[in-house]
Design a protein around this ligand. Structure first.
Ligand code: F6R
Length: 594
């Protein structure tokens, strides 16, 4: 979702730091970009912004003078259309203050009518209200107090950077609910919404807590709470590997990340099953064992991994598990058992719907474990426990390797909670080999012609294959924009089969030997009504005319391999359709608004 980067320093050109940071954050999804830089000739700040890509911003700023300070933003529209006027940065009315903001100010209408009835607004955004409020309070207060007074009035989420054009060496920043990190080095101070944007420019960082306010100059940073009391700055080393964000031989990140899946599985095995010091702690296991029900909360792809996790945890550990959509759970919490334990699954660790759930479970004093790919994320920091996915940064908006990693980690958790006697290390290694074998030896691109010209498409499967069909359908929808549904194979005949007509693609997932004949019967029902079919099976469920046959894996781990051909279908369908694979329209990598 929106990205923020600000820099103040000595040697470097702020434009380079900010644009480099914004480029690294492009994968999060956005529709407009903007930057404000100090113009040393006129000793004033210029703003460059427009809808479209960061590249446009690079073109707009190619002749600017070197600047020691700058703030930039990529916007994912929430209030107001995708226009140049709505792009950030925004000025306050007299142009004294310049601001960029991530998040949503829920009471912006009330604030406008209570405090800003005479102000002129240039955009449709909620952000401009913040700039105008700061300006109105600065008539009587110092800048810092004007900002603090404004922050206390805001309801909602914000990560924001403010420049007072009268103090051209300072960036003011504040955070509540939306992520913000601060990085330092000998070159200066960088503030950004994602650690990734600091890589290459900062050696140490602090992830800021909610309701904090910072004042940054090239050589000094001061952290405050909203009462203007100074707080300690506890820095950590940045240990992100930049090579993860390079495309290498691949045309798209999504393809690269699909191909990385065998090594992601191996990494998880190494970490949680080989390295004795890094196994899941007894504390986590004991807390789960002491509970009477696990509640899994997640959204989208992570929720689909949660469904698989439920199956695995119930089968292996015999613990009852409920899976809930985060955005629903947060505001319509079901009746809970006496001793619930919560597992949040989130690739980014920043999903606002999940954060709202976490606030709720914390208030109720229940224990929470977050399973995430980003150990520095808000959810990882604020939960009682976290388990890392070790998938490496996922850049493509459509999640692939993080999904497989989520199931991998859930299987290890289920195993450690159980008395199972099979060798999970060997079973997961077989998963890695099965995926590798498929990626090396089978070409799905030729099957994609059965899908790409069609209006809609179905994935069907039973039990674990049903969950995979949900994920497969989501992937095809988000990348190729083909209307797709994932269906329990036996359920189709209860109504939805009415949509099957001549040529409708139906892709069957057949990995469970006990019920593979039932799925094949359901497939015959759609063939009889004209459907074009694709069959994906495992060696032990296969028929010789199946389109894709994957090597067998442990029955509980089949989703980790069955999903891979469907990821490639989505990829090749989008490629054939000429779409922006890594940045599909309207989507964001990290959904930081509710
Ligand atoms: C789809 C996808 C999304 C996310 C969802 C939750 O490819 O990635 O459905 O799974 O937005 O995000 P996280 O996992 O970051 O909480």
């Amino acid at each position: 979702m929106c990205g923020i980067v600000g820099f103040v320093g000595h040697k470097l050109d702020a434009k380079d730091v900010v644009l480099s940071g914004l480029t690294k954050l492009e994968y999060r999804g956005y529709d407009s970009a903007g930057i404000s830089l100090f113009n040393s000739k006129f000793r004033s700040f210029d703003i460059y912004k427009d809808f479209g890509r960061v590249q446009k911003l690079k073109d707009l700023t190619k002749d600017t003078l070197k600047s020691h300070i700058g703030i930039g933003h990529t916007r994912w529209a929430t209030h107001g259309k995708v226009t140049k006027d709505n792009a950030h940065p925004h000025y306050s009315q007299s142009k004294r203050f310049i601001i960029v903001h991530n998040g949503v100010i829920e009471n912006h209408d009330e604030l406008k009518s209570q405090y800003l009835r005479d102000s002129l607004f240039y955009s449709e955004t909620d952000t401009e209200v913040i700039a105008q409020l700061i300006e109105s309070f600065s008539d009587t207060l110092s800048v810092e107090n004007a900002i603090l007074t404004t922050l206390k009035l805001l309801e909602g989420s914000y990560a924001l950077l403010v420049i007072d054009t009268q103090m051209p060496d300072t960036i003011y920043a504040a955070k509540n609910k939306s992520p913000l990190v601060l990085g330092i080095s000998d070159d200066g101070v960088t503030v950004a919404s994602d650690l990734m944007a600091l890589v290459g420019f900062s050696s140490k960082y602090v992830a800021l807590a909610d309701h904090t306010f910072i004042v940054c100059e090239a050589d000094s940073v001061k952290l405050y709470n909203l009462n203007h009391e100074i707080l300690p700055l506890n820095y950590s080393e940045i240990d992100l590997d930049e090579s993860f964000s390079e495309l290498g031989e691949y045309q798209h990140y999504m393809l690269k990340e699909i191909y990385e899946q065998p090594s992601v599985v191996s990494r998880i095995v190494q970490h949680y099953l080989v390295d004795e010091n890094k196994m899941i702690s007894d504390e986590i296991l004991n807390d789960i064992k002491a509970s009477d029900r696990i509640y899994v909360l997640a959204a989208g792809t992570s929720m689909h991994a949660g469904f698989v996790g439920k199956y695995i945890l119930e089968e292996l550990a015999g613990l009852p598990v409920e899976v809930h959509i985060a955005s629903e759970f947060a505001y319509h919490t079901p009746l809970l058992t006496h001793k619930p334990f919560f597992i949040m699954i989130s690739q980014s660790g920043e999903t606002a719907d999940l954060r709202a759930c976490l606030m709720k479970t914390k208030k109720l004093k229940y224990k929470t474990l977050t399973i995430t790919n980003v150990k520095t994320s808000t959810l990882a920091r604020e939960s009682n426990y976290y388990l890392e996915l070790f998938a490496g940064p996922e850049i493509a908006v459509a999640s692939t390797k993080a999904y497989v990693a989520q199931i991998g980690v859930l299987s290890i958790l289920g195993y450690r909670l159980s008395n199972a006697s099979f060798d999970l290390k060997e079973a997961l290694t077989k998963v890695a080999l099965s995926i590798e074998d498929f990626l090396e030896h089978q070409d799905v691109s030729s099957l994609v012609h059965k899908i790409i010209t069609k209006r809609n498409c179905f994935y069907i499967g039973r039990t674990l294959d049903y969950y995979t069909s949900l994920e497969a359908a989501l992937k095809l929808k988000e990348i190729s924009y083909i209307q797709t549904e994932g269906f329990a194979a036996g359920e189709l005949k209860h109504g939805t089969i009415a949509l099957i007509e001549e040529g409708t693609p139906v892709i069957a997932l057949i990995s469970n030997p006990e019920i593979s004949n039932n799925t094949r019967s359901n497939l015959n029902e759609v063939v009889a009504r004209g459907a074009t079919t694709i069959k994906i099976s495992l060696s032990n469920t296969s028929h010789k005319d199946d389109d894709i046959i994957l090597k067998d894996v442990h029955p509980l781990l089949t989703p980790m391999v069955m999903v891979v051909p469907t990821q490639l279908f989505a990829y090749y369908a989008a490629l054939e359709r000429g779409l922006d694979i890594d940045k599909p329209r309207n989507l964001a990598k990290s959904v930081t608004v509710e």
